[in-house]
Design a protein around this ligand. Structure first.
Ligand SMILES: [Mn+2]
Length: 349
């Protein structure tokens, strides 16, 4: 009895969600249609319900029904955060949204924008009430931490006293602050200084990045063909120290000139960037990072950290991690609609 089923980034793929819920022994209520566990378990969604996939409304209705009836918890993903910014006028700049309505931002958000204005407004006001992280203590079946992209203790502790007791934004002003990378430091005249509120929210919802130039590494092209000088950091890979192991750059991809990238430089992370690597012993489950099924030790999970985003937005499976209390992360607790992980060692025995 009890326990938590932590479900990865859905991105509008309702068919995958329904298949996975059935595999997890959840069934829709005969009276209300709300999906709930037949074993007394609780689902936890890591965010990114929307964008990309074909069934935005169905995903939102299924998940919200579960959350409203106490059958699921959810944290905010960067796509929910971006939806809030797209739809919210900057209080200081009438007519201008917090998130710019650029072509690139439109393309990323197009599937959700296909819903009517009134419907979107209703979903966006729900998004604004979602917590930025969840902590479950030992008495409630933990310890367990859930966050969309990255658990960074300094970011969490910076935000904790500013957010409400459930780690949610408290005002439009906070949502505005979370969109402003720099602020004016009046004590220094017109100097623009980094805004720590933006940085903390950005780290939790989008993950930390490293500047490739700090390591003498080449810029690279991402999946969308955009040249990037900052690489996502595989912050969960505790014990690794080298840039090539920790920076998310595909050696089989292209560099900034469109040439094959080749080997990524092997040089130790700077002390500044090393502080972004998870060093706690409390289990953390997260999404966002477009892993490739099936889960691999030290690549997709460690003893204390488990990613559940295996690219359901594209061709990958929607994945759950079944958390049953203390103990190291166990790959046999990963599950897709097709079943549990096929482990080479257990297949032989
Ligand atoms: Mn994400």
């Amino acid at each position: 009895m009890g326990g938590f089923d932590i479900i990865g980034d859905i991105h509008g793929h309702h068919a995958k969600l329904v298949e996975l819920l059935r595999r997890l022994d959840y069934l829709p209520g005969q009276d209300d249609g709300v999906w709930r566990s037949t074993n007394g378990r609780t689902a936890i969604f890591v965010g990114d319900l929307i964008d990309r996939g074909p069934e935005q409304r169905a995903v939102l209705e299924t998940v919200r029904g579960m959350v409203d009836h106490g059958d699921a918890l959810i944290v905010m993903g960067n796509h929910e955060f971006n939806a809030i910014g797209w739809a919210t006028e900057d209080p200081g700049r009438p007519g201008v949204s917090l998130r710019p309505h650029t072509a690139k931002n439109f393309d990323q958000h197009a599937a959700f924008l296909a819903l009517s204005d009134a419907e979107r407004a209703s979903w966006v006001s729900w998004f604004a009430t979602l917590p930025l992280w969840i902590e479950i203590d030992r008495d409630s079946g933990g310890p367990l931490r859930v966050v969309h992209a990255c658990w960074c203790s300094s970011a969490v502790e910076y935000l904790r006293p500013l957010l409400d007791a459930e780690h949610r934004f408290t005002s439009i002003e906070q949502i505005r602050l979370a969109h402003v990378p720099f602020r004016v430091d009046r004590s220094r005249g017109v100097a623009l200084v980094p805004n720590p509120f933006f940085e903390a929210v950005d780290t939790l919802l989008k993950g930390p990045e490293v500047d490739v130039h700090d390591y003498g590494a080449k810029e690279f092209r991402d999946k969308a063909g955009i040249t990037r000088g900052f690489a996502r950091l595989r912050w969960w890979r505790a014990g690794e120290t080298s840039f090539d192991q920790l920076a998310e750059i595909d050696p089989a991809g292209l560099d900034g000139n469109g040439e094959p990238y080749g080997d990524v430089v092997q040089v130790d992370l700077t002390p500044h960037d090393r502080r972004k690597i998870y060093a706690d012993d409390i289990p953390v489950v997260f999404g966002h990072h477009w892993r490739t099924w099936s889960p691999t030790l030290k690549v997709d999970f460690t003893d204390v950290a488990a990613c559940v985003d295996f690219s359901a937005a594209k061709d990958g499976p929607l994945v759950a991690y079944r958390f049953d209390g203390p103990g190291p992360i166990d790959p046999r607790h990963y599950l897709t609609a097709d079943g549990p992980v096929a482990l080479p060692s257990s297949a032989d025995s």
